[in-house]
Design a protein around this ligand. Structure first.
Ligand code: GSH
Length: 232
């Protein structure tokens, strides 16, 4: 890969952080991150992302939306640590977990809980819909039980190595954490152990720190936070 890589999408989105961790694991840094958000930059997104969603990967004239599609492309085209297992059954399990996380976990932890509790009041200056927060909180135990029962004794979903679905869980839960959610260590010990292991993973730590820094950055600070990430 020689042409510069551009990632479109604001890294406060857990999906954008998924694309960034995929690059980190491969030892590749994008040349720029364009912090578009679907709410504010919907028109700018329409030419590169038919569903007007973030992230979008671009290298020269090759443009690719969707965090999981981007990660699979990077895994197939770059050397470096694996983002998915190679055994076909285990890889299929990884794809399933990632699908569950990107649709179901994201729905409740991100689009309902994080969005309602944090984005609406702080960014959009809109009132939180308490019924949607409550509905998310009611759904969380079932989701956490599924994650807990599928985490292996070795620490991750698919054994002793973190793959894309593990990183995806970490980022979805990080967003819920931005809005005050905490994982109960008594109820979900394996999940808490996963989150702690991820926080010791150099690439995950770096990308999650970027998300946290941008969450609190003022508008005029965003460029310098991104620049610090891209150059360190
Ligand atoms: N399956 C997509 C989901 C991406 C996604 O939903 N991103 C959110 C931001 S957190 C978005 O762009 N939402 C705008 C919309 O759905 O209109 C992926 O993995 O990239």
């Amino acid at each position: 890969m020689s042409k510069p890589i551009i990632i479109y999408g604001h890294p406060v989105s857990p999906f954008v952080r998924k694309a960034l961790i995929a690059l980190e694991v491969k030892g590749v840094r994008p040349s720029s991150i364009v912090p578009l958000t679907p709410v504010i930059s919907s028109d700018a997104l329409k030419d590169i992302s038919p569903l007007r969603r973030i992230p979008v990967f671009q290298q020269g004239d090759f443009t690719l939306p969707d965090s999981s599609v981007i990660a699979e492309f990077l895994d197939e085209s770059l050397d470096g640590a694996a983002l998915y297992p190679t055994d076909s059954k285990i890889k299929a399990k990884a794809r399933w977990f990632e699908e569950y996380i990107d649709t179901h976990i994201a729905q409740y932890f991100v689009f309902q809980y994080f969005f309602e509790k944090l984005v609406k009041p702080s960014v959009l200056k809109l009132e939180t819909d308490d019924a949607r927060v409550k509905a998310a909180e009611e759904k969380m135990p079932e989701i956490l039980a599924y994650v807990e029962e599928n985490l292996t004794e070795a620490g991750y979903l698919l054994g002793d190595t973190p793959y894309m679905p593990d990183f995806a869980i970490g980022f979805m839960f990080q967003n819920a954490g931005f809005a005050g959610w905490q994982c109960d260590a008594g109820e979900y010990p394996k999940t808490v152990r996963l989150l702690s292991a991820l926080n010791s993973h150099a690439g995950f730590k770096k990308v999650s720190q970027l998300g946290a820094d941008l969450l609190t950055a003022r508008r005029q600070e965003i460029e310098s936070v991104l620049k610090a990430y891209l150059t360190n």
